[in-house]
Design a protein around this ligand. Structure first.
Ligand SMILES: [Zn+2]
Length: 274
């Protein structure tokens, strides 16, 4: 059994309620220090109208969650990490957001939901053991967020169990880092991105040099390596935990189950009356 560990360094866990308006990693300012703070203006009807008009842009079909969240932050945030959004135009704000880690965007998304709508999040759950359906009300303040102090701490190099052909060379090592927000820009999917896309978007380099990897280039990667890498990508991820542990309230059942939070905007940003 492969016992090699690819755990990233110095990741801390903190509850969202304690983290406050801070990102999981942040982006560096001009002197190289990571800035994690962000702030939001009051979410009023005017902002809602601006968002709605973005969403309804003619001939564009349904806006992807990536675009929608980017517009939401662009309208709502007054600063984000090192960026002073009030001194920037929309195109500059959207470009700035694209530089952040996916985990930063998700952390802010969760905090903004908590701050602007409330900490209670209602989840409809079906127990896989007894089949009963029940409502679970999560408290977003108690959501665990994994944070890091440096992007270098989040880099890890994977040694392939089965080296494979990549163009004219054999890939023996792949360097990974945190998934970036911009890498999901063209995703047709919502936030639950497909595994191959997450894998390729997390690649920083192969065999010691930087590359951007289109999915087709990893065609020869073996399944065992694929699954091992996905395991470590998941384990090394920072940002809010997307899965809640819930116990079934049905008498005599009590099954502990894992419930994935639905991060889709309409579901996540609706009010829970509990
Ligand atoms: Zn049950």
């Amino acid at each position: 059994m492969d016992v090699e560990s690819y755990s990233v360094k110095d990741v801390a866990s903190i509850l969202l309620g304690e983290l406050g308006a801070n990102l999981a990693l942040g982006e560096p300012n001009s002197s190289g220090s990571l800035v994690t703070s962000f702030s939001v203006r009051r979410w009023n009807f005017k902002i809602e109208q601006a968002l709605e008009s973005k969403r309804q842009q003619k001939g564009k079909g349904v806006m992807s969650l990536h675009r929608y969240i980017s517009f939401l932050f662009s309208e709502l945030c007054t600063n984000f990490g090192p960026f002073d959004f009030e001194a920037m135009n929309e195109a500059e704000r959207l470009a700035a957001l694209n530089t952040f880690a996916f985990a930063d965007i998700m952390t802010a998304y969760t905090w903004i939901r908590k701050q602007c709508i409330g900490e209670k999040l209602q989840l409809d759950v079906t127990c896989p053991s007894c089949g009963s359906k029940f409502t679970y009300v999560a408290d977003l303040n108690s959501l665990t967020v994994r944070t890091a102090k440096s992007i270098d701490d989040l880099k890890w190099t994977y040694s392939l169990l089965e080296p494979f052909a990549y163009g004219k060379e054999q890939v023996t090592e792949i360097e990974f880092g945190p998934l970036r927000w911009h890498s999901l820009a063209n995703a047709k999917i919502e936030l639950g991105a497909r595994k191959p896309q997450i894998l390729c978007s997390s690649v920083l380099g192969i065999n010691g040099r930087s590359v951007v990897v289109p999915e087709s280039q990893f065609a020869e990667m073996g399944k065992r390596d694929l699954e091992t890498i996905l395991y470590w990508i998941d384990k090394n991820a920072i940002g809010p935990e997307m899965i809640l542990e819930v116990s079934c309230p049905t008498a005599g059942c009590g099954t502990e189950l894992k419930k994935l939070i639905d991060w889709g905007y309409d579901s996540f940003f609706s009010v829970s009356f509990h």
